[in-house]
Structure formats: structure tokens, C-alpha cells
Design a protein around this ligand. Structure first.
Ligand code: 4NP
Length: 156
């Protein structure tokens, strides 16, 4: 591939305060580590947390692992995201369904499950907002992000 424009990736969950900001923040860190230029963002399908930083429990798990997500702010996914991004990574099937309802007619931007890039066999990143499990969420996102980055590097 000779495309000089950096790939644009959008990570999506329900609230944009736990899983998708983690995917964005982890992917930023891995891309920086490997010197890969990517344009990254994240969004939620719901509007409850617009403008908020990531959940403090998620930030604590991330900080313990050496990440800093404190500058991220939640926003809601919009139809225009389908035109602005090359690939959309959803955390669970409910996110995929909500995204498909936003997709503009004629748009063919791929929407994939984030964990399709992992090797655990798990399909969905569980929603930790009510049930906890922030460390496990971080680990499964890290593993999938490594797979996603490896695939992007192969494609270029
Ligand atoms: P996220 O987690 O989708 O991973 O950001 C959630 C955050 C907030 C809510 C649900 C899930 N909520 O219902 O407010």
C-alpha cells in the first residue's frame, strides 16, 4: 500500500468513559512506542457522559499499568464519523448494532469488534461500568491493540 495518509481509527463503546477511551489511549501508547503514525479517536453510542474524562476506576487501572488517559473527553458517535474514519472498532455487539443505525446510506466503512484482533477467542469487551473488572478490560484491550497494530503495519 502506498497511501501516505495515516490510517484513521475510531474506537466505540456505550459511554466513552471506560472501554473505548482505554482502546484509544492504549493504541496511542503502542503507536508511539513503535513510531507508527495513526489518527485516533473514541466515541460512545450514548450521550450520558459527553464532556467527561474517563471513569476514575478505569483511569486508576490504566495508571497502574503506566498509561495516562486523563486528557481524553467523552463524545457521542455521529453519522459523520463514518466518513471521517477508515475503520471503526466496537467493543461489543450492542455497539455494532447502534453504529449500524447511524451509518449513512452508501457508506462502506468497516465496523469490526475490537477483540477480533486479539487471540483470546473472546468476542466482546465486557462493560465494566456496573460490574467492575477494569484490570481485565485493560488487559484484553492491550492484547487486541497489539494485534491491530501488527495488522496495520503489515497492510502498509
Ligand atoms: P463504557 O462503559 O461503555 O465502556 O464507557 C459505560 C459507561 C457508562 C455507562 C455504561 C457503560 N452508563 O450507563 O452510564
Amino acid at each position: 500500500m502506498t497511501d501516505a495518509r495515516p490510517p484513521r481509527l475510531l474506537f466505540v463503546c456505550l459511554g466513552n468513559i471506560c472501554r473505548s477511551p482505554t482502546a484509544e489511549g492504549v493504541m496511542r501508547a503502542l503507536a508511539k512506542r513503535d513510531g507508527v503514525v495513526l489518527e485516533l479517536d473514541s466515541a460512545g453510542t450514548g450521550a450520558w457522559h459527553i464532556g467527561e474524562p474517563p471513569d476514575r476506576r478505569m483511569q486508576a487501572a490504566a495508571r497502574a499499568a503506566g498509561y495516562d488517559f486523563s486528557d481524553l473527553r467523552a463524545r457521542q458517535a455521529v453519522a459523520e464519523d463514518f466518513d471521517r474514519f477508515d475503520l471503526i472498532l466496537a467493543m461489543d455487539e450492542e455497539n455494532v448494532a447502534a453504529l449500524e443505525r447511524l451509518r449513512p446510506a452508501g457508506n462502506d466503512t468497516p465496523v469490526r469488534l475490537m477483540l477480533s484482533h486479539g487471540t483470546s477467542g473472546r468476542r466482546e469487551v465486557p462493560d465494566p461500568y456496573y460490574d467492575g473488572g477494569f484490570d481485565a478490560v485493560l488487559r484484553m484491550i492491550e492484547e487486541a491493540a497489539e494485534g491491530l497494530l501488527a495488522q496495520l503495519r503489515k497492510e502498509r
